[in-house]
Design a protein. Structure first.
Length: 103
Protein backbone atom coordinates (compact mmCIF):
# COMPACT_ATOMS: atom_id res chain seq x y z
CA UNK A 1 0.00 0.00 0.00
CA UNK A 2 2.77 2.44 0.91
CA UNK A 3 4.78 1.48 -2.19
CA UNK A 4 1.89 2.40 -4.48
CA UNK A 5 1.31 5.70 -2.60
CA UNK A 6 4.99 6.64 -2.84
CA UNK A 7 5.08 5.65 -6.51
CA UNK A 8 2.02 7.84 -7.20
CA UNK A 9 3.57 10.81 -5.37
CA UNK A 10 6.88 10.46 -7.20
CA UNK A 11 5.29 10.06 -10.62
CA UNK A 12 2.89 13.01 -10.28
CA UNK A 13 4.90 15.58 -8.34
CA UNK A 14 3.01 18.61 -9.67
CA UNK A 15 -0.37 17.31 -8.50
CA UNK A 16 1.04 16.48 -5.05
CA UNK A 17 2.72 19.93 -4.78
CA UNK A 18 -0.49 21.76 -5.76
CA UNK A 19 -2.51 19.65 -3.32
CA UNK A 20 -0.01 20.40 -0.54
CA UNK A 21 -0.14 24.15 -1.25
CA UNK A 22 -3.96 24.09 -1.23
CA UNK A 23 -4.02 22.11 2.00
CA UNK A 24 -1.59 24.50 3.74
CA UNK A 25 -3.49 27.53 2.39
CA UNK A 26 -6.82 26.19 3.68
CA UNK A 27 -5.22 25.54 7.05
CA UNK A 28 -3.87 29.09 7.27
CA UNK A 29 -7.26 30.57 6.33
CA UNK A 30 -8.97 28.41 8.97
CA UNK A 31 -6.37 29.45 11.54
CA UNK A 32 -6.89 33.16 10.78
CA UNK A 33 -10.66 32.77 11.21
CA UNK A 34 -10.32 30.90 14.51
CA UNK A 35 -11.29 32.91 17.58
CA UNK A 36 -8.55 32.34 20.14
CA UNK A 37 -8.34 33.91 23.58
CA UNK A 38 -4.92 33.76 25.12
CA UNK A 39 -6.35 33.74 28.64
CA UNK A 40 -9.95 32.53 28.74
CA UNK A 41 -11.94 33.81 31.67
CA UNK A 42 -14.27 31.09 32.99
CA UNK A 43 -15.54 33.18 35.91
CA UNK A 44 -19.08 34.59 35.81
CA UNK A 45 -19.80 38.26 35.22
CA UNK A 46 -20.15 40.13 38.52
CA UNK A 47 -21.90 43.47 38.84
CA UNK A 48 -21.29 45.41 42.05
CA UNK A 49 -23.33 48.41 43.15
CA UNK A 50 -22.30 50.59 46.08
CA UNK A 51 -24.51 53.22 47.73
CA UNK A 52 -23.35 55.68 50.38
CA UNK A 53 -25.48 57.80 52.70
CA UNK A 54 -23.73 59.38 55.65
CA UNK A 55 -25.43 59.12 59.02
CA UNK A 56 -27.78 56.19 58.30
CA UNK A 57 -27.66 53.02 60.34
CA UNK A 58 -27.25 49.58 58.76
CA UNK A 59 -30.98 48.92 59.13
CA UNK A 60 -31.88 52.19 57.40
CA UNK A 61 -29.41 51.49 54.61
CA UNK A 62 -31.02 48.06 54.16
CA UNK A 63 -34.52 49.53 54.10
CA UNK A 64 -33.93 52.59 51.89
CA UNK A 65 -31.12 51.49 49.55
CA UNK A 66 -30.28 47.77 49.55
CA UNK A 67 -33.79 46.30 49.25
CA UNK A 68 -34.94 48.70 46.49
CA UNK A 69 -31.74 47.95 44.54
CA UNK A 70 -32.29 44.21 44.87
CA UNK A 71 -35.98 44.43 43.94
CA UNK A 72 -35.26 46.66 40.95
CA UNK A 73 -32.47 44.40 39.66
CA UNK A 74 -34.20 41.02 40.09
CA UNK A 75 -35.74 41.31 36.62
CA UNK A 76 -32.35 41.32 34.86
CA UNK A 77 -32.15 38.12 32.76
CA UNK A 78 -29.43 35.59 33.49
CA UNK A 79 -28.97 36.30 37.21
CA UNK A 80 -27.87 33.36 39.31
CA UNK A 81 -27.16 34.91 42.72
CA UNK A 82 -27.75 38.27 44.39
CA UNK A 83 -25.76 39.09 47.51
CA UNK A 84 -26.04 42.24 49.54
CA UNK A 85 -24.46 43.73 52.64
CA UNK A 86 -25.42 46.83 54.55
CA UNK A 87 -23.11 48.73 56.90
CA UNK A 88 -23.27 52.03 58.72
CA UNK A 89 -23.73 54.48 55.84
CA UNK A 90 -22.82 51.92 53.12
CA UNK A 91 -24.73 49.40 51.03
CA UNK A 92 -23.19 46.79 48.69
CA UNK A 93 -25.12 44.71 46.18
CA UNK A 94 -23.36 42.05 44.07
CA UNK A 95 -25.01 40.09 41.26
CA UNK A 96 -23.55 37.00 39.59
CA UNK A 97 -24.62 36.21 36.03
CA UNK A 98 -24.64 32.82 34.36
CA UNK A 99 -21.31 31.81 32.81
CA UNK A 100 -22.72 30.67 29.46
CA UNK A 101 -26.14 32.30 29.54
CA UNK A 102 -25.12 35.81 28.55
CA UNK A 103 -26.55 39.08 29.71
Amino acid sequence: MFKSLIAFCLSRRAIVAVGLVLFVGAGLVAFKMLNIEAYPNPTPVILEITAQAAGLSAEDMERYYTLPMEIGLYETPGIDIIRSTSFYGLSFCSRLFQIWGGL
